[in-house]
Design a protein around this ligand. Structure first.
Ligand code: ARG
Length: 445
């Protein structure tokens, strides 16, 4: 069944190639497609483009299809191109000729845009909650281990005194910035393209403000031609946000792998959480973090893939755009699975005590010794030279740890402030489900 059926019978190989991926990918959009269709039906009724009785019939049919979708019974049949065609077909089978009016004043192009924006808005909200879980765990570990010192590195050489508190807290604050970026991607997504048709609007007197309210978008996506161009730009915003969180996870995992080496042994995991080798009996490998690292490295190429896909595409719909769907769906699954695994590992991480007491790290206290002299009134450059000469003569000894009082230092982590920042940035996410939107629209009658 093709909505665009012509006299010639389409070659099945062309149909298979152009729609095979969509028949599975589009199932994720089913509930949102139905929600969008309900808003569209209510609008058609309100504007008088269909009668109230017809609007009620459409809503009844769509509500039945929603039940079917929730049960997992809605499938895209062979020969049907996508979810939009399937919903229209089943609606017409269910309620008869009125079903044929559902596509009044819309195109599959604005329909897929609205479906994707609704789906993505919800996926962004779920991702934000997942990031929050990981953030909370990192903050908890930071507080719990704030007095455990480790060397801090620059150029991969021991540099200054750090702590597990500072280390865990640094990844938590990185997630707070990832959340901010995710929030801006959400703001890009949260605008209503429904009614922009195939990119050139419609000569029918539709009411776009009404569908914007019904679907709880923050505003309209105004320009019809831009609505179509926005496919690719919206995905780029989302891809960049996912890539940013992926970068945090990748670098964190990388450092966990380093800290778990025999040479470092700063952290460890119970045997249940590491893997072994088929040939070397002694091996204890951090495969979970290696795979988080690998998968998040791949995810960081997502913005480039999205950009490449739309490079050179002229205004209006081009079928290439359909490939964005799988990229974005897959990226959300990937990032969430990596976050979940990182959270499991962090529940079980073991911290080795007294690392900074190892004579190997003696010299990480040298800047502190210079600062001690500064406090006695010695100009910093002279203090630096004095300590440097002690190091040169190999007479430098660890002095006791000085006080660190400024914000963001090992003695004053500001975890509470970072926690507040995170909560503030969580406010733009609301986890609106398709069922809630649909229930609200059905109540309007
Ligand atoms: N499956 C299509 C997509 O995701 C839906 C829009 C199809 N429009 C068209 N003119 N062929 O892009």
């Amino acid at each position: 069944m093709k909505l665009w059926k012509k006299d010639a019978v389409p070659d099945p190989r062309v149909i298979e190639f152009t729609s095979a991926g969509d028949r599975t990918a589009d199932l994720r959009l089913a509930d949102w497609d139905i929600a969008g269709s309900m808003a569209h039906s209510i609008m058609l009724g309100k504007t008088g483009l269909i009668t109230t009785a017809e609007k009620d019939e459409l809503l009844r049919g769509l509500a039945a299809l929603y039940e079917k979708a929730v049960k997992g019974d809605l499938i895209i049949e062979e020969g049907v191109e996508d979810i939009h065609s399937q919903v229209e077909k089943e609606l017409t089978d269910l309620i008869g000729d009125t079903g044929k009016k559902i596509h009044t004043g819309r195109s599959r192009n604005d329909q897929v845009l609205v479906d994707l924006r609704l789906w993505t808005r919800n996926a962004i909200d779920a991702l934000a909650m997942n990031l929050e879980r990981l953030f909370n765990k990192l903050q908890e570990l930071s507080e719990q281990h704030k007095d455990k010192l480790i060397p801090g590195y620059t150029h991969m050489q021991p540099a200054m005194v750090s702590s597990f508190g500072l280390w865990f807290g640094s990844w938590a604050e990185a997630l707070a910035d990832d959340l901010l970026i995710l929030g801006s991607a959400r703001a890009v997504i949260d605008r209503n393209p429904l009614g922009t048709g195939a990119g050139y609007g419609t000569s029918l007197p539709i009411d776009r403000k009404l569908t914007t309210e019904l679907l709880e978008f923050s505003s309209l996506l105004y320009n019809s031609a831009y609505a179509s161009l926005s496919r690719g730009k919206a995905e780029l915003a989302v891809a960049s946000a996912i890539a940013s969180a992926a970068q945090t996870l990748a670098r964190f995992s990388d450092e966990v792998c380093l800290f778990m080496t025999a040479e470092f042994r700063f952290v460890d995991f119970p045997d249940e959480f590491i893997t072994g080798s088929s040939i070397m009996p002694q091996k204890r490998n951090p495969d979970a973090f290696e795979l988080i690292r690998g998968r998040t490295h791949i995810l960081q190429s997502l913005p480039a893939q999205v950009s490449m896909l739309v490079t050179g595409l002229p205004s209006g719909y081009n079928r290439d755009l359909q490939l964005l769907k799988q990229l974005i769906f897959n990226a959300f699954s990937e990032i969430n699975e990596c976050i979940d695994m990182a959270a499991v590992m962090l529940e079980n991480i073991k911290i080795n005590d007294n690392i900074a007491g190892n004579p190997l790290y003696n010299q990480i206290y040298s800047t502190e010794e210079a600062n001690r002299l500064v406090k006695e009134g010695v100009p910093f450059r002279d203090a630096y030279k004095a300590v440097s000469s002690m190091i040169g003569k190999k007479v430098f000894e660890i002095t006791s740890l000085s006080e660190y009082i400024h914000e963001g230092s090992i003695g004053n982590l500001c975890n509470e402030e970072v926690g507040k920042l995170f909560l503030e940035r969580m406010k733009c996410f609301n986890s609106l489900q398709s069922g809630e939107l649909i229930a609200a629209m059905l109540k309007l009658k």
